[in-house]
Design a protein around this ligand. Structure first.
Ligand SMILES: C[S@@+](CC[C@H](N)C(=O)[O-])C[C@H]1O[C@@H](n2cnc3c(N)ncnc32)[C@H](O)[C@@H]1O
Length: 261
């Protein structure tokens, strides 16, 4: 029996769902992203591949309503639980595939996706769907970790070694091209570095020990002067390894009629 990419994603995030809480790594960058998106009080928002809807829940107090869609039911359960305990009353959670959104064209004012383009099997299809369900004059916001040439292939090899459900970390130019090809016009981009503890990163995905050893060794090789991984490792005095993901938030407008009159 073959396992599809989406099956691997569901299996991986069923296991990870409990780690997507509001205290640690998963809650990073939200204020920064919301600041780029500039939500409006009347906005109908969609959070695509929302997971536990960290971004959707951060937007909810600023907008009219947030829908959160994800492939993995356990991630949405976690988001629903956290939304309930925060007293949010303007959210809906829906299991579905971001490559075939169950909405008509132009239904949302703001459609966002955080840290998921690198995970999906077909990022172009996801961006096309995000743009399709955004109204003319509305906005699309994409936040994801990015890579660059010439380290793109090696970064993605190590990411997949850690998590077999990893799709492809894209370059910023590729994200911009996907938005443009879908008909959106990029209006702003900002980047932020996110330092990560290597052992915690591999623990969260229950990476097998042989793969962990290979990733550690590859980071040490770079630190000892070998070829770059694209993950910018560093080692403290106790030998603890950390590395860096660069996140980019890109906001793009959907051309067309903008008046609310
Ligand atoms: C790294 S998590 C990020 C979750 C969330 N956006 C966040 O910022 O915390 C990636 C999410 O993408 C979801 N996902 C992957 N492929 C998907 C698809 N085709 N449709 C919907 N969700 C998908 C996974 O289930 C997972 O919840």
């Amino acid at each position: 029996m073959t396992t599809s990419h989406d099956d691997r994603v569901r299996e991986q995030f069923r296991l990870q769902a409990g780690t997507f809480d509001d205290r640690g790594w998963a809650a990073r960058g939200l204020e920064w992203i919301v600041g780029q998106l500039r939500p409006g009080a009347g906005d109908q928002v969609l959070d695509v591949a929302a997971g536990a809807a960290h971004l959707g829940r951060a937007l909810a107090p600023h907008v009219r309503h947030v829908s959160a869609l994800d492939l993995t039911p356990e991630m949405l359960d976690q988001g629903q639980r956290l939304a309930r305990s925060a007293g949010l009353g303007n959210m809906a959670f829906l299991v579905g595939n971001a490559t075939a959104l169950p909405w008509l064209d132009g239904q949302f004012d703001l459609v966002v996706c955080r840290l998921a383009l690198h995970q999906v099997a077909d990022p172009a299809a996801v961006v096309r769907e995000m743009v399709r369900v955004t109204r003319p004059g509305g906005r699309v916001g994409v936040t994801d970790m990015i890579t660059e040439e010439p380290v793109r292939a090696e970064t993605n090899r190590l990411e997949r070694l850690r998590d077999p459900s990893h799709g492809t970390t894209l370059t910023l130019a590729e994200i911009h091209d996907l938005l443009a090809a879908a008909g959106a016009e990029v209006t702003s981009t900002a980047t932020q570095d996110q330092p990560l503890d290597l052992e915690d990163w591999m623990h969260r995905t229950a990476t097998p020990e042989d793969a962990r050893a290979e990733i550690r060794e590859r980071m040490r090789t770079e630190l000892d002067g070998g070829p770059e991984t694209g993950l910018r490792p560093s080692r403290d005095a106790d030998g603890v390894l950390t590395f860096v993901h660069t996140w980019a938030t890109t906001v793009a407008g959907i051309p067309g009629f903008t008046s609310n009159v």
